[in-house]
Design a protein around this ligand. Structure first.
Ligand code: ADP
Length: 162
């Protein structure tokens, strides 16, 4: 059974992430979307909130699961019986970072393979940080994120009274 892990911050999930998830889910028996608490980033949503959003968005995808993790990705992958890591590539700017990560993960565990997938061109330029910035300044993010994310961002921005 091929189990793949798609790790990321997903703060918040964008239509770009969703496109990668749909494509990756077709290539494996089970895809685990793994939400990482990244200490280097100041999140808009807690890990629990991000997991809840993803579970709702992905509820109709039978072979997709959502989990959170902290620590090393290679350890998480091993704990769920996976040696396939899925990452999205938006272009050359992502490439050097992603390539370095893939090689680092392989140096930690030689069995781990990283599978790079590009989103459809219409989603390629979306990033979570841009979505947050546009929403903060009242811009339209309708075509960038699933509806539930749009609602949750609006709630969060009101709560934080930006
Ligand atoms: P991280 O903090 O791990 O980079 P992100 O949630 O920002 O987490 O991204 C998770 C993965 O999804 C990364 O591999 C990133 O390159 C990819 N990704 C994000 N947005 C897009 C997009 N619009 N198209 C393709 N890949 C994307």
């Amino acid at each position: 059974m091929h189990i793949a892990v798609y790790p990321g911050s997903f703060d918040p999930t964008t239509n770009g992430h969703l496109d990668i998830i749909k494509r990756a889910a077709k290539l494996c028996d089970k895809l685990i979307v793994a939400v990482l608490e990244n200490p280097a980033k100041k999140p808009l949503f807690t890990v629990e909130e991000r997991v809840t959003h993803l579970k709702e968005i992905l509820k109709d995808y039978e072979n997709v699961e959502v989990q959170s993790f902290s620590g090393l990705l290679v350890d998480f992958a091993k704990s769920v019986g996976s040696n396939i890591v899925v990452r999205g590539l938006r272009g050359v700017t992502d490439f050097s970072y992603e390539f370095q990560m893939a090689l680092t993960n392989r140096s930690l565990d030689n069995e781990i393979e990283t599978l790079f997938i590009s989103a459809d061109t219409q989603y390629l330029f979306f990033s979570s940080s841009q979505v947050k910035e546009i929403a903060l300044f009242g811009g339209n993010i309708d075509n960038m994120v699933p509806q539930i994310i749009k609602e949750e961002i609006n709630k969060k921005l009101k709560e934080k009274s930006y």
